[in-house]
Structures are given as structure tokens and as C-alpha cells.
Design a protein around this ligand. Structure first.
Ligand code: NAD
Length: 357
């Protein structure tokens, strides 16, 4: 029995998570899923109801669960709040509290959607790569940092820092994921210029010794950015620091051309994970039954694969999504001429139908 905290959040979060719950409900009833759901609040809705974007009850529930399924947070109505009360603080707080240092961002391009990419079809069709980004250290958190007056002018500075243990744990995370995929890790750094990256590279080489079945290569980040748009299918797993991963994972996501299709995960060392679509709360389309729920449904599949050890059910969800796309059904964001456009709720029903086989 696994226990999952469900946090729909704001905007389209409610609608898309409802579709993922249909899938979970189906697998609970008809398959071996056995998942208990606990419901909680995060983001703007949590602020409205409790005065905090991350109520203590949500934190307590997270500690009692094996994973979190999250929709999205944020919206225009909370933008004027002081920083500490904004919806996004809820997400950052959860990451920090649960020590979610390993951010998994797959970029998968379903062949049925290859025309949605701005790149040529043959470059991206069938793309399936995973970016593993270190999420709680590096230059975003390093000290010292600040803006101060030096020599009569303003001076800004940040520190790119990594300890050996921080690099080791993200390395192990990447290699373990590669073992479940095509067994290739490309470590992305800037070791020709930055000492912190020299250490990164050394430690990755050490970590690789524990995984003789996985091939390790190295690439400088500028080349990696170029290769991602030139020939992205050469990569299996890319592992990189917080800053480089931030940029490269958005670039990789855009190769697919469909923000509504991509799930993500943030994991800690015990395999606890927060699973969510990469997109935001899309307030511009909230409440209209037009949002694409597939990224959220695929987040459930990732959860089963990477935290709950139910790989065959994960495969089942992935193949149900594939079937629905094969049948020509699309939400508006991924539709081309001649496709059958369906709403959010209908798309959820279609995935459940496809699960029934
Ligand atoms: P967004 O991802 O919400 O939307 C960008 C564009 O993509 C919009 O046009 C939207 O309609 C479309 N889109 C997004 N998801 C879609 C889906 N599932 N189906 C169809 N179309 C979809 O990004 P934004 O507009 O920059 O941000 C909106 C709000 O979301 C902000 O408050 C922002 O802070 C928040 N946000 C939250 C997260 C998160 O919860 N992890 C991530 C990014 C942004």
C-alpha cells in the first residue's frame, strides 16, 4: 500500500489533477495499484483558506506519505502579496522541507506530435531524454551572495558552490535512473573554466565506478546547449548543476513543442518524490475544460516508476496515453488540422478507456 498526498493547487491544477485521479481510481479498482490518497492545500488556495501558501497540515501530511502529486500553483490574484506569502513559496518550502535535491525533467516527443516542435521532424521524432538537475545547491543557494557598494559603485556577487557529498548524491541519482533506461549518462559542466566543475567532474568519475553497466561521458555546457538543438536524440540521461539544469531543461522541454505533455519529478535520497507537470497554473485557460491533463497523468506514471516501484503500471499508463494519441484525440494545445479536439475531462476519460484495453 502506498500513500500519496494530492495537492491540486491553483488555476488549471484542479482540473488536470482530477483527470490523474480518474486514472489512479481505475488502477486501484481494476489493477494492483493499492494507493491511498490524502488531500491537502498548497499555493494560492492554501493562502486564501489558511493564511499560508504551505500550511503546517500539508507539511505534516507530506512526512506521512510516500510521494506528492501536485498540479500547479500561482495566479494573478496573489501576485501583489509579499514574497513570503506568494503561492510559489509553497513549492519552494516543500522542496526544502523534503530535501528534494534531484530534479528529473524528461523530454519526450511522441511521434504523433512531432509536427508540434519547431525543429525538423527527423531531428526530434521519438526523442526521449532525461535531464537530472541538482535542485537545492549550487549558485542559487551559495554564500556569500549580495549586492554591495565597492569602490564607489554597486557590486553584485553569487557563489557557485558544491560539496563532494552534494555532487555524489545527484550523481548516484542520475546513474540509478540511467540503469532503468538506456544506461548512458552525460555529465554537463564547465570544467575548463570553473573549479567547482573540476570537482563535479572528478566526483562523477568516482561515482561511475559503482555503475559498470552505465557509460559516462562529459560535455561542456555550451556544447551541450548546441547539441540539444542539433542532435538531441544522442542523449539518454544528462546530469548537471542547478543553474545549467535550469537552462538546459527548459531548452529540452521546448524541443517537444508541447508544454502540456511533460511531467517532472523532484526526489530526495529516500526515493520520496514530488511529481508535477512542468507547466504552471495557466490562469488564462483555467476553468474552461481545455487544459491538457496528459502531463499530470504522466506524472503519475513517473511516480510509479521512480518512487513506488510499480514499473509495469507505469508502462501501462504510458501506453494508454500513446493509444489515445494514436486514435487522433488531442486537447487544443497539441491539435493540428484534422485532429479530434477534446476537453480536459474527456481526455481523462479516454485515457481510462485506453487502460481498459
Ligand atoms: P504556464 O505554464 O502556466 O502557462 C504558459 C502558457 O502555456 C499559457 O498560455 C498556458 O495557457 C499554456 N499552458 C500551460 N499548461 C497548459 C496545459 N496543461 N494545457 C494547455 N495549455 C497550457 O506559465 P505562466 O503563464 O508563465 O505562469 C502562470 C502562473 O503559473 C504564474 O502564477 C506562475 O508563477 C505559475 N507557475 C507555476 C509553476 C508550478 O506550479 N510549478 C510553474 C510555472 C509557473
Amino acid at each position: 500500500m502506498s500513500k500519496v498526498l494530492v495537492l491540486p493547487g491553483d488555476g488549471i491544477g484542479q482540473e488536470i489533477v482530477a483527470q490523474a485521479l480518474k486514472v489512479i481510481e481505475y488502477l486501484n479498482k481494476n489493477d494492483s495499484l493499492n494507493m491511498e490518497l490524502v488531500h491537502g492545500l498548497v499555493g494560492g488556495i492554501a493562502y486564501d483558506e489558511t493564511g499560508s501558501p504551505l500550511p503546517q497540515a500539508t507539511l505534516d501530511a507530506a512526512h506521512e506519505c510516500d510521494s506528492i502529486l501536485l498540479g500547479a500553483v500561482g495566479g494573478y490574484q496573489w501576485e501583489a502579496l509579499e514574497r513570503g506569502l506568494r503561492p510559489e513559496r509553497g513549492l519552494l518550502g516543500l522542496r526544502a522541507e523534503m530535501d528534494l535535491f534531484s530534479n528529473l525533467r524528461p523530454a519526450i516527443l511522441y511521434p504523433q506530435l512531432a509536427s508540434a516542435s519547431t525543429l525538423k521532424e527527423e531531428v526530434v521524432s521519438g526523442l526521449d531524454l532525461m535531464i537530472v538537475r541538482e535542485l537545492v545547491s549550487g549558485i542559487y543557494f551559495g554564500q556569500p551572495r549580495g549586492i554591495e557598494i565597492r569602490n564607489g559603485e554597486r557590486y553584485g556577487f553569487n557563489s557557485a558552490t558544491y560539496s563532494e557529498s552534494e555532487i555524489k548524491r545527484i550523481g548516484h541519482s542520475a546513474f540509478k535512473i540511467a540503469q532503468k533506461r538506456d544506461k548512458r549518462v552525460c555529465s554537463v559542466d564547465k570544467a575548463n573554466v570553473l573549479e567547482v566543475c573540476e570537482l563535479w567532474r572528478d566526483v562523477m568519475i568516482d561515482v561511475a565506478k559503482d555503475y559498470p553497466d552505465v557509460e559516462l561521458s562529459h560535455m561542456y555546457v555550451d556544447n551541450a546547449a548546441m547539441q540539444l538543438v542539433r542532435a538531441p536524440k544522442q542523449f539518454d540521461v544528462m546530469v548537471t548543476s542547478n543553474l545549467f539544469g535550469d537552462v538546459l531543461s527548459d531548452c529540452a522541454a521546448m524541443l517537444t513543442g508541447s508544454i502540456g505533455m511533460l511531467p517532472s519529478a523532484s526526489l530526495n535520497k529516500d526515493g520520496f518524490g514530488m511529481y508535477e507537470p512542468i507547466h504552471g497554473s495557466a490562469p488564462d485557460i483555467a476553468g474552461q475544460d481545455i487544459a491538457n491533463p496528459l502531463a499530470t497523468i504522466l506524472s503519475v506514471s513517473m511516480m510509479l516508476r521512480y518512487s513506488l516501484d510499480q514499473v509495469s503500471l507505469a508502462n501501462k499508463i504510458d501506453s494508454a496515453v500513446n493509444t489515445v494519441l494514436d486514435q487522433g484525440y488531442r486537447t487544443q494545445d497539441i491539435a493540428a488540422k484534422g485532429d479530434s479536439v477534446v476537453g480536459t475531462s474527456k481526455m481523462g476519460d479516454l485515457v481510462v478507456e485506453a487502460l481498459q484495453g
